[in-house]
Design a protein around this ligand. Structure first.
Ligand SMILES: N[C@@H](CCC(=O)N[C@@H](CS)C(=O)NCC(=O)O)C(=O)O
Length: 208
């Protein structure tokens, strides 16, 4: 299999962390989805990364599907099997994906020429992220190494990527109001799968 993407995309990073955790033989191919003649378009008409090549001319796209496919393709799923655990895992993944979506929207707004930026748009995305972090802090159990039970899983991957993307593109002092989440995040993002997929140019903040 081949994973097409960029080293900075948090959507792609979800898949890269999972591939690393499972030691899967998936080649990472860097391709830019932004150009008019991007080779990604032939693989995904939506021209977005990640794209996973699963066979000749056969592709999966949308990070949730890519991650779901990878998680189920080796018989060693990192998703809880019991119904309650399964849905809790989906819940955390949706929260993480929402944080990433808001961070991306904010980052793009930030990159527009200053006189064209809409501060209220940025603020709206920031509030989404702030509220999601507050809810994660309320939900996470005191002192837990993993989000669900005593096993590392997809929920940890997606939330870990979302938190580090927040530190990367919307650095703010969320740790002072979310100490449980901060402690969990420090443990999760110290794993080799996270360390070895850090976006270029990202420096961990103090205490992370
Ligand atoms: N919902 C998609 C979002 C993917 C996405 O927006 N990826 C960005 C890179 S971070 C992209 O390819 N953007 C190209 C574009 O919007 O033209 C997913 O979860 O995979």
């Amino acid at each position: 299999m081949k994973l097409y993407g960029s080293p900075t995309s948090p959507y792609v990073r979800k898949a890269r962390v999972l591939i690393h955790e499972k030691s899967m033989p998936v080649e990472f191919v860097i391709e830019d989805p932004w150009t008019e003649d991007s080779p990604i378009i032939d693989k995904n008409p939506l021209s977005k990364i990640p794209v996973l090549e699963i066979g000749p001319e056969s592709y999966m796209f949308e990070s949730n599907l890519v991650v779901h496919y990878l998680d189920h393709s080796d018989g060693k799923s990192l998703t809880p099997r019991d119904p309650a655990g399964y849905w809790q895992s989906q819940w955390w993944q949706s929260l993480g994906q929402g944080i990433i979506d808001a961070g991306i929207t904010r980052a793009f707004e930030n990159r527009r020429p200053e006189d064209k930026q809409m501060p209220e748009k940025k603020e709206r995305e920031e509030k989404r992220i702030d509220r999601a972090i507050d809810l994660a802090e309320k939900t996470i159990k005191e002192g837990s190494e993993f989000l669900l039970g005593n096993r590392f899983g997809l929920a940890d991957i997606v939330m870990g990527v979302a938190i580090q993307y927040t530190d990367f593109r919307y650095p703010n002092d969320w740790r002072s109001r979310a100490p449980k989440l901060a402690k969990w995040a420090a443990g999760i993002t110290a794993r080799p799968s996270f360390e070895e997929t850090l976006p270029p140019g990202f420096e961990k903040p103090e205490g992370a």
